[in-house]
Design a binder for this molecule. Structure first.
Ligand SMILES: [Ca+2]
Ligand SMILES: [Ca+2]
Length: 138
């Protein structure tokens, strides 16, 4: 599910390199990787100012270089905004980060995880966006 607007980034989650488009079945207690893609669709650079998770408090989402994504600067949109939500083409307007959490230890447990990201532009204006994904233990 995507919620976005022209002012805001949008996100997607994948686990094991598969896009979270519907419930994913995982083994109890297994590690689940949440990959967050933040794409700036505005016409100004923005800085990632916060990332919060409603299930796992204190999540640190790290880029491929191992840095906390907070403070990362995304360039102005490079033209993918017109492709619509869910379309990512890389570039300096996009960044990915990931974190790993354990699936519930019991069978048949459903967890819906929602991440909220806030970005801020040079004038201090902020925008937030939220995306959710669900896992169910088998
Ligand atoms: Ca973009
Ligand atoms: Ca792009």
């Amino acid at each position: 599910m995507f919620l976005w607007s022209i002012e805001h980034p949008h996100y997607r989650f994948v686990s094991n390199n598969f896009t979270f488009t519907s419930d994913e079945i995982v083994s109890p207690g297994s590690d689940v990787t949440y990959l967050v893609t933040i794409d700036n669709d505005s016409n100004a650079p923005v800085t990632v100012s916060s990332l919060t998770d409603d299930v796992y408090s204190g999540v640190v989402c790290r880029t491929a270089a191992g840095a906390n994504v907070i403070g990362s600067v995304l360039a102005a949109d490079d033209g993918d905004a017109k492709l619509g939500p869910g379309h990512f083409n890389g570039g300096a307007d996009e960044i990915q980060c990931e974190f790993v959490e354990s699936a519930p230890a019991n069978h048949g447990v459903k967890v819906t995880d929602t991440v909220t990201v806030e970005v801020q532009d040079d004038s201090g204006q902020t925008g937030t966006n939220t995306a959710a994904s669900t896992i169910t233990t088998n």
